[in-house]
Design a binder for this molecule. Structure first.
Ligand code: ADP
Length: 474
């Protein structure tokens, strides 16, 4: 039997993207179809974020949130995707926030309820047919409870980032429409007196996965469990780490139309031209002897870019150039803005979210910095490797699983790992990469290893297929 699996997610490339989850939900279903799973996606239609065509209506109904009905339309977008159209919830400039409504405005519970209730009703009415619903992160953490309540499909819940938990006041629980006797309690939604959608996902799903084996091992410990380590430990073998892949067609430096020049592992010579273009774009000196250190990131505490900020004087003394493309925390961005003023031609800051600049930074950088304090999987380091930017990362979560350290003797390995997310430890790791830089043969060996590393989805898709079988036969 071919398992029918619906992925439900607030983000999915090309319809929306905030972080790596969007790439995963955009690529994994196709990889699953490649290994014989009938995988499809249900995700919101954000008309302000997705300007492409949408197809026919496949269903229309009301969903009830609290005591108010909201009209939902399901629209086809290609053969494997259905979009949830509900303008009050999704006709906005952002996935999770709405800057036009002012600081502090938050109706995220309403928005994710629209998506999850649309899924629930579509399964109840047979508009969508599923053996398994595969839910992604806290915004879909109620759905496993819904399908359990309905005796509907089985559920798999994937943690992409435990730090975002969807915690709301307990007084909002009634909006879910679930019976509080059955679903509100310590072994369900209740989280230190509030309600946590993440916790609901963990405790109601038939199987919980997260996006790397190392992260799966970290989050059962109190220091990384974000208050849910007890619940996670309780899952035992029902918590599984499966590493993400990347879309190697979309992220291919040999065919990437967002790069000014193509290159690949067998002929990386034109990478130098991309580096020159990046320098031009960011106002850096045209100094090919200087190693160019790049970053592309959400700028949050998690990503540890403040650590790079604090070692910038050292990096300047070592003759490096630095480029950050990022958006987020104003104080960290200010630090880089200040540095760009202090070291003109050597530090570049690109603010905002820009897909084509991201490709340019991956393609142009010699070294990619990712000093995450924790990292469930991380995709950026994989894109960087594929584009010939050698990763220097902390030894956390998925970074630990995707960046085997370079070893001078054997010539194996793809990057450099810092043991700790501290400025001192990270500086030591960057220093090693900078020591290797003038030793051209070794550096290019490390870069070739990185570019040739296999990040294809195939193996991980096969693992998910196996897990689906397990869930269905349980
Ligand atoms: P996370 O999901 O925690 O943000 P990942 O490394 O898994 O981290 O994924 C980040 C994704 O977002 C990558 O595809 C990266 O290229 C992209 N990205 C992050 N910041 C920016 C930005 N400012 N402009 C363009 N792309 C960005």
């Amino acid at each position: 039997m071919t398992a029918r699996v619906w992925h439900v997610s607030m983000e999915c490339v090309p319809f929306s993207k905030v972080g790596g989850m969007a790439d995963v939900v955009g690529a994994l279903p196709a990889a699953l179809r490649g290994v014989g799973v009938d995988a499809r996606v249900l995700t919101p239609y954000y008309p302000q974020l997705y300007r492409g065509e949408v197809g026919a209506e496949v269903g229309a109904f009301d969903v009830w949130i609290g005591d108010a009905p909201h009209r939902v339309r399901l629209l086809e977008a290609g053969p494997h995707t259905v979009l949830v159209d509900q303008p009050t919830a999704f006709d906005r400039p952002g996935v999770y926030d709405d800057p036009t409504r002012g600081e502090g405005f938050d109706d995220s519970l309403f928005r994710c309820l629209v998506l999850q209730l649309a899924a629930r009703v579509a399964f109840q009415r047979g508009i969508l047919e599923a053996d398994i619903v595969h839910c992604h992160d806290n915004h879909t953490g109620i759905l496993p409870a819904y399908v359990k309540d309905d005796g509907g499909p089985k559920s798999v819940f994937t943690i992409h980032n435990l730090a975002y938990q969807g915690v709301y006041g307990a007084d909002q629980f009634w909006l879910t429409g679930l019976s509080s006797d059955r679903f509100y309690g310590h072994s369900a939604f209740e989280y230190y007196g509030d309600l946590s959608l993440m916790k609901s996902g963990l405790l109601h799903a038939d199987l919980v996965t997260t996006v790397s084996p190392s992260y799966a091992a970290e989050i059962v410990r109190p220091e990384f469990g974000q208050g849910l380590d007890g619940a996670l430990r309780g899952l035992g073998e029902r918590l599984v780490g499966v590493i993400n892949g990347i879309d190697t067609d979309l992220w291919n430096p040999a065919t990437d139309e967002l790069l000014p020049f193509p290159f690949d592992a067998s002929d990386p010579s034109r990478k130098a031209d991309v580096t020159r273009a990046l320098r031009e774009r960011t106002g850096l000196n045209d100094d090919p002897a200087s190693p160019l250190l790049g970053m592309v990131s959400r700028v949050t505490h998690q990503k540890g870019l403040d650590l790079v900020g604090s070692i910038l004087p050292h990096l300047m003394r070592r003759g490096a150039q630095v480029v950050l493309l990022g958006s987020g925390d104003a104080s960290i961005l200010d630090l880089f803005r200040g540095a760009a003023g202090r070291w003109p031609g050597r530090v570049g800051l690109l603010t905002g979210y820009d897909e084509s600049l991201a490709h340019l930074v991956y393609g142009g950088a010699d070294v990619f910095l990712m000093p995450s304090r924790f990292e469930p999987c991380g995709l950026s380091q994989m894109y960087a490797m594929r584009y010939g930017a050698v990763p220097v990362v902390t030894k956390m979560g998925g970074l630990n699983d995707t960046v085997p350290p370079f070893d001078e003797k054997s010539g194996e390995g793809v990057g450099v790992l810092a043991d700790w997310a501290t400025a001192e430890s990270f500086q030591g790791a960057v220093d090693y990469a900078l020591d290797l830089w003038p030793r051209k043969r070794l550096f290019s060996q490390m870069r070739t290893n990185a570019m040739k590393r296999d990040f294809d989805w195939e193996r991980s898709a096969a693992r998910y297929a196996e897990l689906y079988e397990q869930v269905l036969s349980a």
